[in-house]
Design a binder for this molecule. Structure first.
Ligand code: 4AD
Ligand code: MG
Length: 478
């Protein structure tokens, strides 16, 4: 048996000392041929492994370099060093994997986030990315726990589909046809009947439509998986491949939906604050240092921990789209022509407008409801005014839209009419329409962009830093 080690988190978390232990991990630094800072990813804290003079020969000492992987056996003893209760007094050290100190890109110094993005395969071995991805894990786990406690069924919706769930045409095609010589119809168009699935297929943009089928049987379901968008958005908020959480609930109206979304967001943040305090405090410190580099006017008025506590203890603001537009039109920013994009009833709010509402006006997360139907998807329930739909977007400080959801149009005739207006072929979505034929009921759901949540909780500012291997235009490395 090889795995006889104790994880560093467990070792450091234990009050005891005076017992033998084996640890394994990667060397962060090696000082004075005596003190190894060892990290195994279980915690941000390194374990100090003390190598007594004379324990190792010169050749072995030279192999203890930043990045090398080692196994250390010894005794856990009280530490004289600052910031740690215990350390390991080594009795033997084995090099499991050498690391050429000259070439290893992750040196024990501050690297830029850009540099680390180019070395995304190794960036997990830094304090910042160690903390980010442990928090990401905790949030993913908390999501399952939240829905499981509420009796939701976790439903796996397909990654390859033949439909466009958002009707926005931003899909990646999936095909096995020969790109150079695809089979063609007489009119020259590609004959997808000869493709792998016998039709044209793409990567899913959302699991919602299949999720609705589940909700019409289990009452409450959620999906949590990768979704894909071929939108050419080169921003710090967009990915071509991102993870989305999509709950879908029978017997819910828009208000029920908002209430669930709010308690869901609080629950997962609370989970991370409780279980990942050390990581979050590290990230808070990082953010504070980053903020200091900025001019006073651009600095946030809350630290990361304060911001999370604030969200935990304050209700989100709820306003209609119409009210939001009024606030923008009344705003000093509008009057001083500070907005780049047009503000008037009917336009899709741009990020500058969302940020104004959240960061300047309300200074807290805001749920905007009842958007004009023409800027929202076909499946949203038409309100009695005939102009707006029962939609809700949650906007978060520093992020913008974090959740998009709605009550669904459960009335068959209204849904079909809307699809016709938008030229969405009913023949493709016959199975979706069947839910409206057989036992339809009021229902609602939402989608939370998981990376945007991770951004919010970690205080990071670029979405490419909160997913292990980001996919965006012109980039699919690793
Ligand atoms: O608002 P969206 O497009 O809504 C849907 O897909 C619905 N089917 C959800 C539902 O009701 N079940 O996307 C939902 C969320 C957005 O609010 C945003 O947080 C995130 O997904 N999102 C992205 N995240 C990263 N990169 C992108 N390109 C994203 N597009 C949307
Ligand atoms: Mg949206």
């Amino acid at each position: 048996m090889f795995n006889t080690r104790v994880k560093i988190k467990a070792l450091l978390g234990n009050e005891a000392s005076g017992y033998p232990a084996t640890v394994m991990g990667w060397v962060r630094t090696f000082r004075n041929s005596q003190f190894i800072a060892l990290n195994d990813g279980s915690t941000n804290s390194n374990l100090q492994v003390v190598v007594a003079l004379g324990l190792l020969d010169e050749a072995t000492l030279r192999r203890i370099t930043t990045g090398a992987c080692i196994k250390a056996m010894g005794e856990v003893v009280p530490s004289l060093g600052k910031g740690q209760r215990v350390e390991l007094k080594a009795t033997s050290i084995e090099i499991l994997g050498d690391s050429d100190a000259e070439k290893f890109p992750i040196q024990p110094k501050k690297h830029s986030l850009e540099f680390l993005r180019e070395n995304a395969h190794l960036r997990f071995r830094t304090n910042t990315f160690g903390a980010i991805f442990r928090v990401r894990h905790a949030l993913a786990f908390a999501i399952h726990q939240f829905f499981n406690e509420k009796g939701f069924v976790y439903m796996h919706t397909p990654v390859i589909t033949a439909s466009d769930a958002e009707g926005a045409g931003e899909m990646f095609r999936v095909t096995t046809l020969d790109m150079h010589q695809p089979p063609r119809h007489e009119d020259g168009s590609v004959n997808f009947a000869e493709d792998f699935f016998g039709r044209s297929t793409n990567l899913t943009v959302s699991g919602q439509l299949e999720g609705e089928l589940g909700a019409m049987a289990f009452s409450d379901i959620y999906t949590f998986g990768p979704t894909f968008r071929a939108e050419n958005s080169n921003t710090t908020r967009h990915l071509a491949e991102f993870w989305m959480v999509e709950p879908e609930m029978a017997f819910y109206d828009l208000e029920d939906n908002m209430n669930l979304a709010e308690s869901f967001i609080r629950y997962v943040i609370q989970y991370a604050v409780t279980h990942n305090r050390e990581d979050l405090e590290f990230l808070a410190q990082r953010l504070e240092e980053e903020e200091k580099q900025k001019p006073q006017a651009e600095r946030g008025d809350m630290g990361l921990m304060e911001k999370l506590d604030f969200v935990l203890s304050n209700d989100f603001e709820r306003i209609t789209y119409t009210e939001a537009i009024d606030i923008l039109l009344q705003s000093p920013a509008y009057k001083k022509k500070k907005f780049q994009y047009e503000v008037k009833w009917g336009v899709d709010m741009q990020s500058e407008h969302e940020r104004y509402l959240v960061e300047k006006h309300f200074k807290k997360p805001v749920i905007v409801t009842n958007y004009p139907k023409d800027i929202k998807s076909f499946y949203m329930r038409l309100n009695d005014d005939g102009k707006t739909v029962a939609a809700m977007d949650i906007l978060a400080p520093g992020i913008g839209e974090i959740v998009g959801g709605s009550q669904r149009e459960e009335r068959y005739d209204k849904l079909v009419a809307r699809m016709e207006q938008l030229h969405i072929p009913a023949s493709e979505l016959w199975w979706y329409l069947d839910t409206r034929r057989y036992g339809a009921c009021p229902h609602a759901g939402f989608g939370l962009g998981f990376e945007r949540l991770v951004l919010f909780v970690t205080g990071m500012t670029n979405i490419r830093d909160v997913i292990p291997f980001p996919r965006f235009p012109k980039s699919a490395e690793f």
